[in-house]
Design a protein around this ligand. Structure first.
Ligand SMILES: [Zn+2]
Length: 180
């Protein structure tokens, strides 16, 4: 960040008062522009004994296989984001069964929230970010051709949980707290 998105002033890197690390600070409008990890949401989507994989049409890892996943948008719950990604990447309509993994990827400042889900109808097809989609058996997963380590981790995790009923972690909105 070189210029302040709020006032156009020139950004300085410095430690704000009472803080313990360097931030992007705009001295002109006295705003600290924090940078925090991005949230990725995604799902291992199953149909009976098969699971859904998408071959990526975009970089990074173009041509390799992944699960439907992507950045959470503002104004969206994680569950809505996971369902949206399934639709965008695989034209898949899904019902979330539970959160099965939370991964902190410090190297790239991401937190990934990954669900197990089932397809609510069998039709799937490639969305704009996928070259193709497929439903494969658990013994047909193309392990060497997976796009990211987290895809490998969560598929192992989902395989461990096969046959178990969710939810594994409560999903949805927190109970409303009086006074908040
Ligand atoms: Zn400013």
């Amino acid at each position: 960040m070189r210029f302040c998105p709020r006032c156009g002033g020139t950004i300085e890197r410095r430690v704000p008062e009472l803080d313990d690390r360097e931030r992007n600070v705009c001295p002109a409008c006295d705003t600290v522009h924090y940078s925090n990890p991005k949230i990725v949401v995604g799902s291992v989507c199953t149909l009976g004994d098969r699971l859904l994989l998408c071959r990526r049409a975009i970089e990074p890892s173009r041509g390799l296989w992944t699960i439907p996943a992507g950045y959470l948008e503002n104004g969206e719950t994680v569950e809505e984001g996971a369902r949206r990604e399934a639709w965008e990447e695989a034209r898949a309509e899904i019902a979330l069964e539970g959160l099965i993994a939370v991964y902190s990827i410090k190297r790239i400042d991401q937190v990934q929230l990954l669900y197990k889900a089932r397809l609510t109808r069998p039709e799937v097809s490639a969305g704009p970010e996928s070259q193709e989609v497929m439903l494969v058996g658990w013994d047909e997963i193309p392990w060497p051709d997976l796009a990211f380590p987290t895809v490998r981790w969560v598929l192992h995790r989902a395989a461990e949980l096969r046959g178990r009923q969710g939810p594994f972690v409560p999903v949805g909105n927190p109970p409303r707290d009086e006074g908040n």
